[in-house]
Each structure stands twice: as C-alpha cells, then as structure tokens.
Design a protein around this ligand. Structure first.
Ligand code: FAD
Length: 220
C-alpha cells in the first residue's frame, strides 16, 4: 500500500505561527484562543486533549491519496462515516486494460509458513485469484461490462481512493484501528496515516503511537 498526503489545512498568512508549534497545531491553538480569549499556546492544546474538549480539533483536516489497499480494507475504512471518500470505480475501470493487483495476507505469504504449508496456502490463494482474473477477462471479452464482470473478483483485489478527514475523526479512527484488535491491513494504513499527521501536527496527535493510542483525552 502507498499513503501520501494530497492536501491539508493551511494557516492564513494574516495569523502568526504560535511559537514552538507547527502550522496545523497553530490553527488548533488559534481556534482554542477564541473560546477563552487567551494567548494561543501548546498548553491550551494539551488541556483540551486532557479535558475531552475535542471539537476544536475539527478545524484541521487532511486529504490522503491511498493506493493499493484491498477491497476488504476499503469496506472497513468506509465504515468511518465522519470522512469523505472518492474511490476508483470498479464499474467503469476495465481491469483488462488497467493494472490491478491483489493484497496477500501475511498469514498466507509469510515465510513463517515454510515448507509444504507455505506452498499449499500460497498456491491455493494464487491459483484462485489468477483464475478469477482470467474469468473476468473472458467475461469482458465476451461483451460483459466491467461493472458486472467484477462480481467475480476476489476481495483481495486492490483499490485506490482519496480520503479527507478532520483531526477529531482521526482520533476515533486511530483509537479503533491502531489497536491490536484491528485487522493487520487497516492497522498498517492507520500507522502510515499517523506517521504523516504526527509530523504535521505533533501536539494534536501527541497521544498516539504507531503501536496504539492513549485513549485519555481523545473521544470515541
Ligand atoms: C475491531 C473492530 C471490529 C469490528 N467488527 C465489526 C463487525 O463485525 N461488523 C460491523 O458491522 N462492524 C464492525 N466494525 C466497525 C465498527 O462497528 C464501526 O462501524 C467502525 O469502526 C466505524 O466507527 P464509528 O462509527 O465510531 O466511526 P464514524 O462513522 O466515523 O463515526 C464517528 C463517531 O460519530 C458518532 N456517530 C456517527 N454516526 C452516528 C449515528 N448514526 N448515531 C450516533 N452516533 C453516530 C459516534 O460517536 C461515532 O463513534 C468493527 C470495528 C473494529 C475496530
């Protein structure tokens, strides 16, 4: 999978960067200063996180360009309703003409499954996915539209999308998807997203690590 930042909130030139804060953390700090008529500061952000005053984090948002996740991961991702999505169309993209891949779960591709076990599991996966794509091509070459031929494709088929989400909704996403109980693929996606946003707004996302989040101060 590949995750890149396509866009994010900008601080207008008329507003100063808050000393010691990045541009995005400064936007949050300026929003908080509106509430209390205080000087924007890092401490004010930390206080809001601690008190659960999380609506102030809705003022910064991120647009991600996400490529090469499975349709399984897409289904899990789009359950997060407080976000906007634009997904590659399987109705109109003809996979006989465009390159498409499959995501292989580590339990199937992992070297841990060595010897015969590895051969068997990987070959089952490989044979079935290959056959599905061969059948897709045959259906399309027989005049079936991609929108109907796709019904035969595996859930492992990769997809691409653009997703926009604000920091407060990301808290909820990270709480659920950085957690060990989340499936490995969406967890990896959450970790990659966290890496990007933490660099842009380190104080806002200070309670999160790639191994999970400290839920204190971040709502669900
Ligand atoms: C480990 C794990 C296992 C899961 N297993 C399943 C499963 O087996 N089956 C399944 O269907 N789903 C499953 N899910 C998906 C889960 O139930 C949520 O749909 C998904 O994680 C999105 O969470 P959310 O609703 O909090 O996010 P969002 O949709 O982004 O909503 C954010 C927050 O807004 C509020 N909100 C949004 N919409 C409403 C509303 N209509 N009414 C009231 N409040 C609202 C809630 O506070 C919510 O937390 C699983 C999730 C995880 C992390």
């Amino acid at each position: 999978m590949e995750v890149r930042l396509l866009a994010c909130t900008k601080l207008d030139l008329n507003y100063p960067l808050v000393p010691g804060l990045t541009e995005l953390d400064s936007v949050v700090a300026h929003a908080i200063s509106m509430c209390y008529r205080t000087t924007p500061s890092k401490n004010a952000i930390l206080k809001c996180l601690k008190n659960g005053h999380t609506s102030v984090f809705e003022h910064i948002s991120f647009t991600f360009d996400i490529e090469g996740i499975s349709r399984v991961c897409l289904a899990q991702l789009t359950r997060h309703r407080i976000a906007s999505y634009t997904v590659e169309s399987q109705r109109f993209v003809d996979y006989t003409k465009k390159l498409v891949g499959v995501v292989v779960p580590p339990s199937i591709s992992s070297p841990k499954c060595s010897g015969n076990g590895f051969d068997v599991t990987f070959h089952i996966f490989n044979d079935v996915t290959k056959e599905a794509f061969r059948a897709y091509e045959e259906l399309v070459s027989n005049g079936v539209k991609p929108e109907d031929a796709r019904f035969i494709l595996p859930q492992a088929t990769t997809t691409n999308l653009v997703m926009t989400i604000n920091a407060r909704s990301l808290f909820n996403f990270f709480n659920q998807r950085l957690d060990k109980r989340a499936q490995w693929e969406i967890r990896e996606l959450a970790q990659r997203m966290l890496r990007i946003v933490k660099e842009l707004a380190p104080i806002t996302f200070s309670q999160y690590r790639e191994t999970g989040g400290d839920r204190k101060g971040a709502d669900n």
